[in-house]
Design a protein around this ligand. Structure first.
Ligand code: VG1
Ligand code: CO
Length: 543
């Protein structure tokens, strides 16, 4: 047992964003970069001697290297046990489950989620706390503060461990267990959903396509969808996790999952199509001929969750991030349960889930989940949809249309302007912020501004506040534009413009989204001068 103290200097900019620290792989490859960050995490949280840490990642390039570093640093900092996923791979929701199931004090999740991978791509490290959820802001701020003054990191002087064999080994005084996180996760899913009902529907002919995007969900999806639920072999596409995700963005949206979209809109479409992202916490849902926006998916799932055994007693509440459409609010109202509006990022749902105030949570960015773990969960959303489809015996299209006819429709899109100049992005936000007080009452085309503000959130459980979480412009009639800068990018700034137009039940529920939102697009440009600030005539990605 030899602990070596490595002298170090702080690296600037090790500030966790919406979901952990994300940088280019080359940044993480600098000697000491990952090590000082991990040591800063352990210094900031104060490791309890003998406690358990979970380590796993989405399998992207550099994953194994950082896992070996983290194991040596964990051993030197007094952890008694590390649980690491076989091959270094654990999806984000599975990691959340493993932390909870084995009563770990926390976990390190190595992922840059939907960002591209490979030597030229991105890498990331996120710390999750004992409830299985992302560290709250107070913790990430303490970690950042520590990175700015750190002067050493500690590591056990030991060789790499074998990450591929399910086995137990010793690193200094610490035990390292390589575990099969797929089995644990699949068992959790069986405890929440009616697998027998889904299997019967599959036997009766229900078909699906699942695109794992060469990312982490492949092994989980093959085990659950093909082996346990009986979908045909080949149902899971791109099921082998690759270090560079096959050169693609593992982002399950209509742009990056266009093959699945084309399949689902074509003549050979199966009944149901879905995809997940790099680390397995996002979901894309497309029925035959019907794309379901993530905001609508959240609302439909909340309205139908009682059809799955895990939610048969009903849900206690719904939480959605502020830019997510208000479709879920109407469901909450109908169910007579509260609806919480939080800042972007799953870390804001943790207290609500722990306190039993919310059961189902979601974000417009294709994240949906529940109190079964403390992360969003891509396959969970897919399985809840399958459970609902099996019980109701209707198509996705029919279920969605029925939902709109009852609650009205929130036409929705997000326009992303990626890798724009940071100074220009900040100037745009500053200008709109300054203009907010004068906006109410302003008429833009046929729209009239009802209210405008910079979103600020006070957590109803712990009282913590988070200001400057996005600029909201609300129009009369329930339509809205939101401006926000991304906290997950690694190049320049990314401006997100969130557009939502509400059409009440009985109105025009079958319009093209682009048409329904065109007045809002014009209003966003009039308010923010996007073209003038960014030099871009159009968004890079529309989802
Ligand atoms: C984006 C999404 C946000 C999501 C976050 C992490 O953040 O908008 O809803 O929680 O990614 O998702 P931002 O700050 O870039 O808008 V993931 O799948 O990267 O863990
Ligand atoms: Co993700």
């Amino acid at each position: 047992m030899t602990v070596i103290t490595h002298l170090a200097r702080p690296f600037p900019g090790q500030k966790p964003g919406t979901s952990g620290l994300r940088k280019k792989v080359q940044v993480f490859q600098q000697p000491g970069y990952a090590e000082t960050f991990i040591q800063s995490v352990f210094d900031a949280i104060g490791v309890e001697a003998g406690s358990t840490l979970v380590i796993g990642g989405d399998g992207r390039f550099h994953n194994r290297t950082v896992i070996q570093q983290a194991i040596r640093i964990a051993a030197a900092n007094g952890y008694g046990r590390v649980l690491v996923g076989q091959g270094g791979i654990v999806s984000t929701p599975a990691a959340s489950h493993v932390i909870r199931k084995y009563r770990a004090s926390g976990g390190l999740i190595l992922s840059a989620s939907h960002n591209p991978g490979g030597p030229e791509g991105d890498f990331g490290i996120k710390y999750n706390i004992a409830n299985g959820g992302p560290a709250p802001e107070a913790v990430t701020e303490a970690i950042y503060a520590r990175t700015q003054v750190i002067n050493r990191w500690l590591a056990e002087d030991s060789a790499d461990i074998d990450l591929d064999a399910i086995d137990v080994s010793q690193v200094g005084a610490m035990t390292v267990e390589v575990i099969d996180s797929v089995a644990d996760y699949a068992a959790l899913m069986e405890s929440v959903f009616d697998f027998a009902a889904i299997r019967r529907a599959v036997d009766a002919g229900m078909t699906m396509a699942f695109d794992a995007m060469s990312a982490v969900t492949g092994p989980y999806a093959v085990e659950i969808l093909e082996r346990r639920l009986g979908f045909a072999p080949g149902t899971v596409r791109n099921g082998e996790p690759l270090e560079d995700f096959g050169g693609h963005h593992p982002d399950p949206n209509l742009v990056h999952a266009h093959q699945l979209h084309a399949l689902m809109m074509g003549p050979d479409a199966p009944d149901f199509g879905a995809a997940s992202d790099g680390d397995g916490d996002r979901n894309l849902i497309i029925g035959r001929g019907r794309f379901v926006t993530p905001s609508d998916s959240l609302a439909v799932l909340a309205a139908n969750a009682h059809l799955a055994p895990g939610y048969a007693a009903g849900i206690k509440g719904i939480a959605r991030s502020m830019p997510t459409s208000a479709a879920a609010d109407r469901v909450a109202e109908a169910l007579g349960v509260p609806c919480f509006e939080t800042p972007t990022g799953w870390k804001f749902f943790g207290t609500l889930l722990d306190a039993g105030k919310a059961t189902i949570c979601g974000e417009e960015s294709a994240g949906t989940g529940s109190d079964h773990v403390r992360e969003k969960d891509g396959l969970w959303a897919v399985l809840l949809w399958l459970n609902v489809l099996s019980v109701r015996g209707q198509s996705v299209d029919a279920i969605v249309r029925e939902h709109w006819s009852r609650f009205g429709r929130n036409y929705y899109a997000r326009h992303d302007y990626e890798a724009i100049d940071s100074a220009a992005a900040n100037a745009l936000i500053a200008e709109v912020t300054a203009a907010l007080p004068a906006l109410p009452g302003r008429r833009i085309g046929a729209l009239v501004v009802a209210a405008a503000d910079s979103f600020s959130y006070t957590d109803p459980v712990d009282g913590s506040t988070s200001a400057n979480q996005g600029l909201r412009v609300m129009f009369e009639g329930g339509s809205r534009v939101v401006f926000r800068l991304s906290g997950t990018g690694t190049e320049g700034a990314t401006l997100r413009v969130y557009l939502e137009a509400y059409e009440p039940a009985g109105g025009a529920l079958d319009r093209e989204t682009g048409d329904a939102l065109s007045a809002l697009v014009a209003a966003a440009e009039a308010i923010a001068g996007i073209v003038r600030h960014t030099g871009r005539a159009a968004p890079d990605v529309v989802t």
